[in-house]
Structures are given as C-alpha cells and as structure tokens.
Design a protein around this ligand. Structure first.
Ligand code: P1T
Length: 379
C-alpha cells in the first residue's frame, strides 16, 4: 500500500457493530466483564481504548513499524522513553532540539541520575569518543528544531548498532510522509502528534513507533503504570487529521520552498535555514534521507537587531505569533523566548540559536497571501 492509502485505511476497519466508516469515539472509562478476568480484550481505559488502538495501528503502519503507542503529549512519549533507563546510564542527544526535550532531560531525568551529553550530531563523527560502556541511547531530531540541521540517521545507526545503543529519532518536523527513521536503522521513532500528524492545531498528543517486542512491552507497561494516555476524542481528531496528511504535507513543502526562496533573495534577510535550499549545508542529505523538505524554516535579519526582529514578528497579519507548528495555519515563533527559553542562553548561543532567530511554520494557505504578508512585515 502506498502512503496516502495507508493514511486513510491502515489499521482501520468499519465499526463491527454498525458498519460506521469512521472509527467511533469510545468514550468510556471501563468495560463490562462477564466474570472476573473474562472480557473482550478491554478492561480499563488507561490500559486500552479501541479508538486509541486504531490510531496506534495506523501510526505504526505509517512509520513501517510493528508497535505504535500514543501518549497525552509529545513530552509524555519522551518521558516514557527516558523511563527505560536507570541511574548512571548515559544518553547522547543532539545539541539542537526542542527546548522542552532538553528541559525534561536536564531538569527532570538528570535529577534522577541519568547522564546527558549534548553534541552537534549533524557531523556523525562527533559521536566518536563520547560513547562509553554506560551509553544506552542516542537521541536525535532531524531536521532539528529550530535550526533545521540535518542528521544522517543511517550513519548514526551504523555507529550505535554495534554497541547495542538505542537510536531514537524525533520525527516531528518531517512527519512519516517525508521520512521513516526505522527504515534507516533507528530503533524508536517519536512524534509530537500535536504537529503535522494532528495537523489542525486542535490536539496535544505524542506517539512512539518501534519494532522491538521487548521494548514495546516495557513501554506499554510504563504507559499503564505511569498513565500518560490520550483521550478517545483526541485519538479521533488525529485519525481524522491523518487522512489528509499526505495532501497537507505536499502543500506545506511547496509553500515553504517558495517562502524560503523569497526570503533568501530579500535584501534585509541575512540567513535562511531551509533544507530545500541548495545553499543549505544538509541539502544533499535531505534529498537522500527525506522525500521532501518540509514546512518548517527559520531566518535571521541583517544587523541582528532584536527590536527589528520583534517588529517583524508583531507585524504579521496572516502568520500568527505563537508556539507550536505543523497546523494548516501559518505560525511564527521566537524560539529564544518561547519554545527554547528553557535552554540556558549561553548554551543556546554556543549552539547557534541567536536571540534574533525567527521560526516559521508555513501553513497551507495561498502562497500569494503568505508572501505578501512577509513583504509587508519585513518591509
Ligand atoms: O508539545 P508536545 O506535544 O509535548 O511535543 C513536544 C515536542 C517534541 N519534539 C519536537 C520536535 C517538538 O517540536 C515538540 C513541541 N514543540 C513545540 C511546541 C514548538 O513550538 O516547537
């Protein structure tokens, strides 16, 4: 089955009771048992819910994986993955990643004894020398948030595999339409479903997809024991959103490319970070590893003036200033004060994330209106 057909059909059957083509919202907390322990596979809705099961199977199919597990947020999924490890275990993560991911690692799990090293993994050779017998996981985003750096999943997997180190790829920016990390050697794919998968800025959710049965069992145990489950209404909304994922992503990619090209030639813009531009350092890798370049980009204005960056962000009329990404509507974000505010400034600057960086989630509106909005705002 090809992607669009999978998005609409994989793991989804008409409702056995009524034939309803849309998966019902099983709004229930418990399931009646015939006698203790004798039931139809569902006992309590923290453990399983049929709407969630369908979504999990659909997501697993989209990532070419065996097991899908959904969480109440992307960070709920990250939390579950980090609970696979024990005090003293070492984790190497890319140094350009969502601020909340950095925060849960450093401010929560480091306190419990996990050890973290943050390094620029856009050069896989940077892993050399960092791996010790205690290293248990490598965590990457690609493209990264917010600098759109590319990380070579297959090259990193070639380094982690012989050491039995788990490679986790946060595939939020690409979505499964553009990239399937498990096919490239990753062990676990993680998503903030809140973004492209949901696609309509109406749901917060996370997901994990993987092939390994033993790890999947551990994660299912952690999910039930710790409780970060999404509700059935949200699962329904995401199932509905996914049905148009392929169409939306095509338009996101088309629009983002045009916005990037427009910004690149703008006399007031100094730097555009978009993997679709030939000038982007990861362009060749993106062509190899992804099936399109995505809807996210960041840029800086000449002169690096903070008041000027703020003025531009305040001047948009079609782009809305806000956190998040991946919805049908275009968003503009100031990473330094919003999504990445929890990363200490010194570290942020060292990693190349300037105070003046502006991030755009290019939506699926008409491109003429988006360009006009940029023209008006940048001046
Ligand atoms: O917000 P939540 O669903 O918990 O997902 C966290 C998360 C994980 N990974 C990536 C790459 C993300 O971008 C996010 C959330 N990011 C934003 C809210 C943002 O605006 O960047």
């Amino acid at each position: 089955m090809k992607f669009g057909t999978k998005a609409i059909h994989a793991g989804i059957e008409p409702d056995p009771t009524t034939g309803a083509i849309m998966t019902p919202i099983y709004q229930t907390s418990t399931y009646v048992q015939e006698s203790p322990g004798k039931h139809k596979g569902y006992e309590y809705a923290r453990t399983q819910n049929p709407t969630r099961t369908v979504l999990q199977n659909n997501l697993a199919a989209l990532e070419n994986g065996k097991h899908g597990i959904c969480y109440s947020s992307g960070l709920g999924a990250t939390d579950a993955i980090l609970k696979l490890f024990r005090p003293g275990d070492e984790i190497i993560a890319s140094n350009d990643l969502y601020g909340g991911t950095y925060r849960i690692m450093v401010r929560v799990f480091q306190e419990f004894g996990l050890k973290f090293k943050f390094v620029d993994l856009s050069n896989p050779a940077n892993l050399d020398g960092l791996i010790t017998p205690a290293t248990k996981m490598v965590w990457i985003e690609t493209p990264t948030n917010p600098l759109l750096r590319l990380v070579d999943i297959a090259a990193i997997a070639a380094i982690t595999k012989p050491h039995k180190i788990k490679l986790v790829v946060d595939n939020t920016f690409a979505s499964p339409y553009l990239q399937n990390p498990l096919d490239l050697g990753a062990d676990i794919v993680m998503h903030s479903v809140t973004k492209y998968l949901g696609g309509h800025s109406d749901t917060v959710m996370g997901a994990i997809v993987l092939n390994d049965d033993e790890t999947a069992q551990k994660l299912a145990f952690i999910q039930n024991a710790c409780g970060a489950v999404p509700g059935p209404q949200d699962c329904f909304l995401v199932l509905r959103g996914i049905k148009t994922l392929h169409i939306r992503m095509q338009r996101h990619c088309e629009n983002a490319m045009k916005v990037a090209q427009y910004l690149q030639q703008h006399p007031k813009v100094s730097q555009v970070y978009y993997p679709g531009l030939e000038s982007h350092i990861g362009h060749e890798l993106a062509k190899k590893q992804m099936r399109g370049f995505g809807g996210m980009l960041s840029f800086e204005l000449k002169g690096d003036s903070m008041p000027e960056a703020v003025r531009v962000m305040e001047s948009f009329e079609v782009f809305s200033l806000g956190e998040s990404l991946g919805g049908v509507e275009s968003l503009c974000t100031h990473p330094a004060s919003m999504t990445h505010a929890s990363i200490p400034k010194e570290e942020r600057i060292k990693n190349g994330l300037k105070d003046t960086l502006i991030r755009l989630s290019v939506g699926i509106e008409d491109i003429e209106d988006l360009i006009q909005d940029l023209e008006r705002a940048i001046g």
